[in-house]
Design a protein around this ligand. Structure first.
Ligand SMILES: O=C(O)CCc1cccc(O)c1O
Ligand SMILES: [Fe+2]
Length: 316
């Protein structure tokens, strides 16, 4: 049994609003090296911690955490669409173990996921169904949000469960770092948007979906011209976060106030709780070492964009 971790930002704007060829080449090199390391590790099972953007999870019932017993990617922004290869019995056992450990994650037998899940599977594994994957949703946009501490405990419970498997397991965290794309909020939504956020967005008609995507694309183009048009990226906060992970000090985030983080680094920064959960899972295997840390502000993608791998010292 061995474990490996990779965490990375995502953005649906990849390929739609791109940075310069030099920056793209740097990122391509980062991802192809990560892909190679993962291929060498040859995972038999993936735990994918990722958020959603009102594509699969809505306010009719909004869980903090949800473990997929089966899942389908809907293919927003041209991301991959189709079924994930979820091993049902393992996912069920995992959910039981997590609840037994005191973390009341929801389950879904019909989980809908968006680019937050699809992009890392495409980028790191070459597709949605290339490796068995247990998808774990962490709510990072729909208030009230879970705390960093609960994300850590979720990760620890999954790490403990992983120990009972005799498998090579890859933990992936998807999202962040600092960013605030234009995602609607219930508190300020008009009646039509509120209705979408409460569930009608599940069956968004094609023209409305297209309009929604165009709004994000326009916002990205404007953000490149004028960095005051959205909440600014915060490379200082992002570097501090990466340092906390590298030094195995992410427990220090436990009581970080959600509102305060939104003000510091943008309302979508809460996606980094997926990284905390993944690192917490890894940490159940003892002290770890991070490798291949990458960071750059990429306004074209509305993202403080990061990527990092890690493995237990005992595996080095
Ligand atoms: O789906 C949406 O509306 C928001 C999309 C989005 C944009 C930029 C960075 C992200 O991480 C992200 O998820
Ligand atoms: Fe996101």
């Amino acid at each position: 049994m061995s474990v490996y971790l990779h965490c990375l930002s995502h953005s649906p704007l990849v390929g739609l609003v791109d940075p310069t060829p030099e920056v793209l080449a740097e990122i391509d090199a980062t991802f192809s090296a990560a892909r190679e390391r993962i291929a060498r590790f040859d995972p038999e099972l993936v735990f994918l911690f990722a958020p959603d953007h009102y594509n699969g999870f809505f306010y009719d019932v909004m869980p903090s955490f949800c473990i997929g017993m089966a899942a389908e990617a809907l293919g927003d922004f041209g991301s991959a669409a189709g079924a994930l290869d979820v091993p049902l019995e393992l996912a069920q056992d995992c959910a039981s173990a997590v609840l037994q450990a005191g973390v009341d994650a929801a389950v879904s037998y019909r989980m809908q996921v968006d680019h937050g899940f699809a992009q890392p599977l495409e980028l790191l594994l070459g597709g949605l169904d290339q490796c068995p994957v247990i998808p774990v949703f962490i709510n990072a946009v729909a208030k009230p949000l879970p705390s960093f501490q609960r994300a850590r405990l979720l990760g620890e419970a999954i790490g403990q469960y992983t120990k009972s498997l005799n498998k090579r397991v890859l933990f992936i965290g998807s999202g962040g770092l600092s960013h605030q794309p234009p995602v609607p909020e219930l508190a300020t939504a008009n009646a039509q948007i509120a209705d979408r956020l409460m569930g009608s967005g599940r069956s968004l008609a094609a023209p409305e979906r297209e309009a929604r995507q165009q709004r994000v694309i326009l916002a990205a183009r404007r953000f490149v011209e004028d960095q005051a048009s959205l909440h600014p990226l915060n490379p200082e906060w992002d570097q501090r976060f990466l340092t906390l992970l590298a030094e195995d000090r992410f427990v220090e985030l436990d009581y970080l106030d959600n509102e305060q983080l939104s003000e510091t680094a943008g309302k979508s920064t809460h996606e980094v709780k997926t990284w905390v959960a993944a690192f917490a899972a890894l940490s159940m295997f003892g002290p770890y070492q991070t490798t291949d840390a990458y960071y750059r502000e990429i306004p074209e993608w509305i993202a403080g964009f990061g990527s990092i791998s890690a493995q237990p010292y005992s595996a080095i």
